[in-house]
Design a binder for this molecule. Structure first.
Ligand code: HEM
Ligand code: HEM
Length: 189
């Protein structure tokens, strides 16, 4: 294979081991960290008695990190549509279609999850607050039935996200350990 000049290693489509750019990589792993933290918070507050200050504080933290996720997702979509580096598909044929469906599915699930969380909070009696610093006022009146309905769908989507992200992570590890084709490395710093 032709030697690729060092200056082109990061950007050229002909480099043998291209990587995503640093912003894409940072936003990917920040998303992972936030999703895991948000899920863990919901598991832990379930152990605290209903109505307790601890449970309330964990829910407020969940909403605050949730708003960080909303900002991260927005940045990620804008970055991907604009200057973010795109790489050729890691698979061909059916696997390529499956990978694409999983990636777009994850974006859609995360977007839906964020929307359900924000609207669920707006229909509740509690504020959509960012770390006790400020709150985004609700345009709606309180509606307990609607809040419960939205949060119940939010709960189901949380499980679906974990399953789909788990399959996605397993596929990344399969590429790394079985196919040894460098696909995982392109998303690593
Ligand atoms: C992938 C990201 C997320 C996951 C995995 C997740 C997970 C969960 C889970 C498992 C619950 C418990 C549902 C129940 O009690 O039935 C919950 C509740 C909730 N989530 Fe999320 N969530 C995520 C993102 C968000 C976002 C972005 C927001 C909004 C900014 C949000 C706002 C809420 C609210 C308001 C509740 C109800 C809390 C309460 O009962 O007061 N979540 N979430
Ligand atoms: C909550 C967990 C995760 C979410 C929501 C998530 C989401 C995503 C999304 C949406 C993409 C598509 C990027 C794009 O084309 O715009 C992607 C790519 C990628 N993810 Fe994840 N991911 C998660 C966890 C992981 C884990 C744990 C690993 C590694 C074990 C991983 C490895 C990768 C790799 C290697 C790519 C690039 C695949 C390619 O170039 O075709 N992801 N991820």
């Amino acid at each position: 294979m032709d030697r690729v000049p060092a200056a082109l290693q990061e950007t050229s489509p002909i480099t043998p081991d291209p990587r995503y750019d640093r912003v894409t990589i940072a936003l990917h792993w920040l998303t992972v960290l936030l999703v895991v933290t948000l899920w863990l918070l919901a598991q832990v507050w379930d152990l605290a008695p209903k109505g307790s200050a601890a449970r309330h504080a964990m829910q407020a933290l969940h909403v605050s990190f949730g708003l960080v996720l909303v900002a991260t997702l927005t940045l990620r979509v804008v970055w991907r549509a604009g200057p973010g580096r795109r790489l050729p598909p890691a698979d061909a044929g059916l696997l390529q279609m499956a990978a694409k469906a999983v990636h777009w599915g994850l974006y859609a699930l995360l977007g839906a999850q964020a929307g359900l969380g924000v609207f669920g909070r707006w229909f509740s009696k509690d504020p959509l607050a960012f770390f006790w610093l400020f709150a985004i006022p609700s345009p709606f009146a309180r509606d307990k039935a609607l809040e419960d309905g939205l949060i119940s769908i939010h709960d189901t989507i949380a499980t679906i996200i974990l399953i789909v992200a788990g399959l996605h992570a397993a596929a990344a590890l399969w590429h790394h350990y079985v196919r040894r084709d460098g696909v995982l490395r392109r998303m690593l710093p």
